[in-house]
Design a binder for this molecule. Structure first.
Ligand SMILES: *[C@@H]1O[C@H](CO)[C@@H](O)[C@H](O)[C@H]1NC(C)=O
Ligand SMILES: *[C@@H]1O[C@H](CO)[C@@H](O)[C@H](O)[C@H]1NC(C)=O
Ligand SMILES: *[C@@H]1O[C@H](CO)[C@@H](O)[C@H](O)[C@H]1NC(C)=O
Ligand SMILES: *[C@@H]1O[C@H](CO)[C@@H](O)[C@H](O)[C@H]1NC(C)=O
Ligand SMILES: *[C@@H]1O[C@H](CO)[C@@H](O)[C@H](O)[C@H]1NC(C)=O
Ligand SMILES: *[C@@H]1O[C@H](CO)[C@@H](O)[C@H](O)[C@H]1NC(C)=O
Ligand SMILES: [Zn+2]
Length: 484
């Protein structure tokens, strides 16, 4: 079995030249909430989880929005360090809201995502980014080998096929691929995370996770690759009756604001700093459905404050509530999707504090170096970078993760010339042979005891009841219940 595998690997590697470096695939399903493993129909993902190590959830970064979390996954850094502090941020020098762009991902040029780091580690390493947020921009003026820009229309099966083709490229085989699926996030924002539409998408994603495994198998990659499945954040449903109008408390033209529920950033115009803050603060105390923070009041543990992009004032809705942007969206934007909005409509929202359980994403990893059916304690999104570096066998750059949090997912490494699999096989074989020998000895001993007992008892019975029990067969029959 082992030899067949080694032989197959040699033949296949020569045939299609997959990377001789460790191979890692990271798949992100946007807004795939941790508790889908209990609440949704995802048979494939559930069985996949048993093939490796997993945690009940991840402790993600603030704000629990898509781009900050994807870049923390990719860098191991907090948003205040990598600078992607929201899905958008307000640039005070231009008075414009900055959306996904080269600038968003280049706050600090020394920040290097895992895909750049992998290629910089030499040894014919190649990275690919399948629609991963920020994956197609150059970092330190260098593009990675493969990248496909975000395209909502692009078929999911084709995404997987393209990833496989990168891994199998004869000249430049990828050994790290980041894969992004925008669902269930996109539709959950429109229809709600508890909607039937989203249930259907989750089934489809479950199926695509299976498709990836199948394709790895038919291409003889399954035993060689490590695969991480994860998400960036969870989601919670908000009804229109829980939309809170915050700007009504302010004097028009005294501020700019930007962002999306549950977070709005306010930038007071010169001279109105105190007024804007005080009015919002007073309103929040009276209203009770949102909180207002001045920059120096942002909790340290958010790791969101020490960045010139982070706003002077932040308004955060309570969990289950939304703000002005959602009021706009429902009145103007819903027409675009032909939605009939009622008080019972649900709209998915995320971005709240990472301490809210509803915001937690899931995590699992499998691969040759990973423990099987092994549950670990929930750990941090910023710890993932160290996990990736360990799998890729590259030295991590300085980051905000803790190696100890991910170390126990790995099987003990064997230093000798025998791989762990070989050692396990030999050990298991030895145990099986020993068990067979012990069983044989036990059976033989039992047979001898039984025979001796039978002779002795027959003799005794014959002695006591010579007329009835002269046949050893009848005597044996009487003994059976005792033996059974
Ligand atoms: C990176 O790729 C883009 C196209 O995706 C290209 O416009 C740009 O010139 C490339 N940059 C470098 C440094 O190769
Ligand atoms: C599930 O995936 C298989 C391929 O692995 C495909 O043939 C099938 O159509 C998919 N089913 C759904 C419901 O997407
Ligand atoms: C909030 O209330 C004010 C005052 O009533 C109104 O002018 C504004 O349009 C409202 N905002 C939204 C988003 O509906
Ligand atoms: C906020 O409330 C305090 C105390 O109730 C009051 O003194 C102050 O004038 C209010 N400020 C604004 C800007 O409304
Ligand atoms: C919807 O909710 C609003 C605010 O709570 C209320 O004024 C309105 O009557 C409700 N509409 C319906 C149709 O129930
Ligand atoms: C996070 O890591 C960066 C880079 O090493 C470091 O500058 C920063 O101080 C760290 N932040 C925290 C809170 O440890
Ligand atoms: Zn997201």
């Amino acid at each position: 079995m082992i030899f067949r595998f080694i032989l197959l690997c040699l033949v296949i590697n020569f045939a299609i030249c997959i990377s001789q470096n460790p191979i890692l695939i990271i798949v992100s399903y946007d807004a795939f909430k941790y508790d889908f493993f209990n609440t949704k129909d995802i048979p494939h993902m559930k069985s996949l989880r048993k093939l490796g190590s997993y945690s009940d959830y991840l402790i993600n970064v603030f704000p629990t929005k898509t781009f900050p979390n994807h870049h923390s996954i990719a860098t191991g850094l907090y948003p205040e360090v990598h600078g992607v502090i929201g899905n958008s941020y307000f640039d005070t020098s231009t008075n414009k809201e900055v959306h996904i762009s080269y600038d968003m991902f280049h706050y600090d040029d020394s920040v290097v995502p895992i895909w750049r780091k992998n290629e910089d580690s030499g040894g014919n390493r190649h990275s690919g980014a399948m629609m991963w947020p920020g994956g197609c921009y150059p970092y330190q003026a260098k593009n990675i080998t493969y990248c496909k820009d975000y395209d909502h229309q692009y078929d999911w099966f084709k995404r997987v096929d393209m990833v496989i083709s990168w891994l199998k490229d004869p000249k430049q085989p990828a050994n790290l691929v980041m894969v992004y699926f925008e669902e269930p996030d996109t539709d959950a924002h429109i229809y709600g995370i508890t909607s039937n539409v989203v249930d259907g998408l989750i089934k489809k994603l479950d199926n695509i996770s299976q498709y990836l495994e199948q394709q790895l198998e038919v291409n003889h990659l399954k035993e060689k690759v490590h695969v991480v499945h994860l998400s960036d954040h969870g989601m919670v449903d908000v009804k229109p009756t829980n939309f809170v109008n915050v700007t009504q408390h302010l004097t028009p033209n005294t501020y700019n604001y930007a962002g999306s529920s549950p977070l709005l950033e306010f930038h007071p115009k010169k001279g109105f700093e105190n007024e804007v803050y005080q009015k919002l603060k007073n309103a929040s105390i009276k209203d009770g459905r949102f909180t207002v923070y001045k920059k120096d009041e942002y909790p340290e543990r958010w790791h969101y404050k020490k960045n010139r992009r982070s706003p002077p004032i932040l308004v955060m809705a309570n969990v289950g509530y939304g703000l002005d942007d959602l009021i706009h969206y429902v009145t103007e934007g819903a027409a675009k999707y032909n939605l009939k909005v009622t008080n019972q409509s649900t709209f998915g929202v995320h971005g709240y504090d990472y301490t809210e359980k509803e915001m937690h994403p899931f995590f699992m990893v499998r691969g040759p170096r990973i423990k099987i059916n092994h549950k670990v304690s929930p750990f941090n999104t910023v710890d993932l970078f160290n996990l990736f570096c360990e799998i890729l066998e590259i030295a991590p750059t300085k980051n905000n993760g803790t190696v100890a949090n991910i170390a126990n997912m790995f099987l003990a490494r064997s230093n000798g010339k025998y791989s762990l699999t070989t050692i396990l096989t030999i050990t298991a074989g030895g145990i099986v042979i020993a068990l067979i020998l012990i069983s044989c000895a036990a059976v033989l001993t039992l047979m001898m005891i039984k025979r001796q007992q039978s002779i002795t008892t027959t003799a005794a019975l014959n002695k006591r009841f010579p007329q009835t029990f002269h046949g050893s067969i009848e005597a044996q029959h009487l003994l059976e219940p005792e033996d059974a």
